[in-house]
Design a protein around this ligand. Structure first.
Ligand code: SF4
Ligand code: F3S
Ligand code: FES
Length: 249
């Protein structure tokens, strides 16, 4: 037999909504998503939430728990104080569909806008070769589970809806960084593209994206900052600029 805990959960849709109070049983070892499932099985069968793997790998169950963007399947109830009310709200940066489900299609649009890997001309599929060291260099970025917590927390769009058209966000900056490290990618300079087309310049390195990433990807230090530094070098350092012309890859 578990203990009774207090929850406040946002209920509503695109026309508006409010926080509703629930008292619900919690058992040892449970996570926030377990509690949401218990509510769906008892007093709130119509409570909408998105989830899939319950193992921190599908990136579906993103929500804000006590104001912090988190995966609900990886947030243990033991992280909260006994007697503390747990408040669960939908991701704030994206439009609500219903209850805890948001419309994250902004991110899919940005994914489509990011130019895909472009193989070098004359190399047939199956003939691509690269060194193991090059595979490993960008491995960190390929751990992304597309939970969009980093996209949700970045103040550039969280507080400024008007920035959305011009800003791809941290998840796509690491995609650009990953492709920039790819020795066979023949697309013209990914850093320049990120600066010119993806809104890299809007990022002022607050690192909130890195803080919330459940895969512990060093989005800012390993992805964003190196790209920013190299863009700045090329623009303002005539020697680096000249070198980049002479030793073009
Ligand atoms: Fe989620 Fe991290 Fe990928 Fe951002 S970079 S979408 S926080 S896994
Ligand atoms: Fe946003 Fe991350 Fe930059 S939170 S401002 S993209 S460091
Ligand atoms: Fe898949 Fe939480 S349900 S990450």
């Amino acid at each position: 037999m578990g203990t009774k805990r207090q929850f406040r959960i946002w209920r509503g849709d695109e026309t508006g909504g409010d926080l509703q109070d629930y008292t619900v049983e919690v058992n040892e070892g449970e996570v926030v998503l377990d509690v949401i499932h218990r509510l769906q099985n008892t007093e709130a069968p119509d409570l909408a939430c998105r989830w899939n793997c319950k193992a921190g790998k599908c990136g579906s169950c993103s929500m804000e728990i006590n104001g912090k963007p988190r995966l609900s399947c990886m947030t243990r109830m033991s992280t909260f104080e006994e007697g503390e009310t747990v408040t669960v709200t939908p991701l704030r940066t994206f439009p609500v569909i219903r209850d805890l489900v948001t419309d994250v299609s902004f991110n899919y649009e940005k994914a489509r806008e990011t130019p895909a890997f472009a193989p070098p001309p004359g190399v047939a599929p199956g003939d691509y070769r690269m060194q193991q060291v090059d595979v490993e260099r960008s491995q960190e970025f390929r751990k992304c589970i597309e939970c969009f917590l980093c996209q949700n927390v970045c103040h550039v769009i969280r507080d400024h809806e008007e920035n959305k058209p011009a800003f791809s966000g941290p998840r796509y900056f690491i995609r650009a960084a990953e492709l920039d490290m790819h020795p066979l990618d023949a697309k013209a300079d990914r850093k320049e593209y990120a600066q010119a087309e993806m809104g890299l310049g809007f990022c002022n390195i607050t690192k909130c994206c890195t803080e919330v990433c459940p895969e512990h990807i060093k989005i800012t230090d390993n992805g964003i900052i190196p790209m920013k530094e190299r863009v700045v070098d090329r623009r303002y350092d005539p020697l680096v600029w000249l070198g980049s012309k002479i030793f073009r890859r």
